[in-house]
Ligand binder design. Structure first.
Ligand SMILES: Nc1nc2c(ncn2[C@@H]2O[C@H](COP(=O)(O)OP(=O)(O)O)[C@@H](O)[C@H]2O)c(=O)[nH]1
Ligand SMILES: [Mg+2]
Length: 360
């Protein structure tokens, strides 16, 4: 285990660490970036740490495009890379943040025992917020109706069970949400801003305990559930003969991938991609098959001769099957693909560095 993230001299300011969990596509990154903007308005500084099983993260690139300081823990989840998380927190102290947000992998659970409680040992160096678990109301309804398959329902339910605070997201789209039996339930929209300031006030108040929920979990079942997912991270460079704008590249690609995965009956958990060019960037994402992509960035960025694509896909299926579909659609695009590095796998069985099952 690494040393504490900062020296624990008396009187040294202690930043907050805010862990924002929740299923794939629930809105973690969007909320963290909205919260950072809100904190900026209050004259406070934020930093953030992204986490993924692979590298080439859309979330990191998007945060950088939004001008935020961020770090990464890649190649495994926070619980299996706790020392790296602690090092990343330490590195971000160079920017003197008041709040450090950390977004775990969206299929991850048991964070209370494997991340929060070990971090509580550093309480002379920082303050720990309650574990917020974000829930997309549409996803919650599918999970509650067992429409999502046993493995995904298992992960989703475990995430809910260990939450100090459950927050339904996307209230601009879904004003209602289903009953999930959690003690502390809130609602917000990172898009409209509704509830974001109140959520921040609550998690930075110190009034709600951190890591209060004890999770009982069978790690072999947890490993099986995560292994049902296919993970695909890719980085590609396009140098089209004519010029292309980010929108001209990203629109058709997402449409094709959605159609091809749907035709093969592969449920999409989260498909997100970001294209950067000298003229600007564009991000697009869907969190289910057949959805209209949510677009962020410079929709009007002008055409360019060289564009870089990062794409992260999480779907329920076999990695080789998903990879084959993505490769085919990428080449069929005929948009001047000159470089491509693709990694596809199922998450490895979680093996936490530490696990402290009970508070205290
Ligand atoms: N309408 C709406 N869309 C949202 C909101 N929050 C997130 N999204 C969209 O949901 C998708 C997944 O969000 P993201 O933050 O990447 O989810 P994560 O996987 O939990 O980090 C993205 O397309 C977001 O733009 C919200 O409050 N309202
Ligand atoms: Mg994210």
């Amino acid at each position: 285990m690494s040393g504490p993230p900062v020296s624990s001299k008396p009187g040294v300011f202690k930043p907050w660490i805010v862990l924002v969990g929740g299923f794939l596509g629930s809105g973690k990154t969007t909320l963290i970036l909205a919260a950072a903007r809100e904190l900026k308005r209050r004259g406070l500084r934020s930093a953030m740490i992204w986490n993924d099983q692979g590298k080439d993260l859309v979330d990191s690139r998007y945060a950088a495009q939004s001008g935020e300081h961020s770090g990464e823990v890649t190649g495994g989840c926070f619980c299996c890379r706790l020392s790296e998380l602690i090092d990343a927190i330490g590195d971000l102290r160079a920017h003197s943040p008041d709040v450090i947000f950390a977004e775990p992998v969206g299929s991850c659970t048991d964070l209370s025992a494997t991340v929060l409680r070990p971090l509580l040992e550093y309480s002379d160096s920082y303050r720990l917020s309650p574990l917020t678990v974000l829930v997309d109301p549409l996803r919650a309804r599918a999970m509650l109706e067992d429409d999502a398959g046993l493995d995904m329902c298992f992960l989703f339910e475990k995430q809910l069970q260990e939450a100090d605070l459950v927050c339904f997201t996307k209230s601009d789209l879904y004003p209602d949400y289903p009953e999930v039996g959690a003690a502390h339930v809130r609602q917000l929209s990172a898009k409209s801003g509704q509830g974001v300031a109140a959520w921040l006030d609550e998690v930075l108040s110190g009034a709600t305990a951190s890591g209060s929920q004890m999770l009982e979990i069978d790690y072999s079942q947890y490993a099986r559930a995560e292994a049902a997912l296919a993970w695909l991270n890719l980085r590609a460079v396009f140098e089209p003969e004519g010029m292309l704008s980010p929108a001209m590249l990203l629109g058709p690609l997402l449409d094709r991938l959605d159609a091809a995965l749907s035709a093969e009956k592969i449920p999409i958990a989260h498909l997100k991609a970001i294209v950067t060019s000298p003229a600007g960037y564009l991000k697009a994402a869907i969190v289910g098959n057949g959805q209209e992509p949510v677009i962020e960035g410079d929709l009007d960025a002008s055409p360019a001769g060289k564009l870089e694509l990062l794409l992260n896909l999480r779907a329920v299926g076999q990695p080789a099957h998903v990879r084959g579909i993505v490769e085919q659609e990428l080449y069929n695009l005929d948009s001047g693909l000159t470089q491509c590095a693709m990694d596809s796998f199922s998450p490895a069985a979680p093996v936490p560095e530490r696990r402290i099952p009970k508070a205290g």
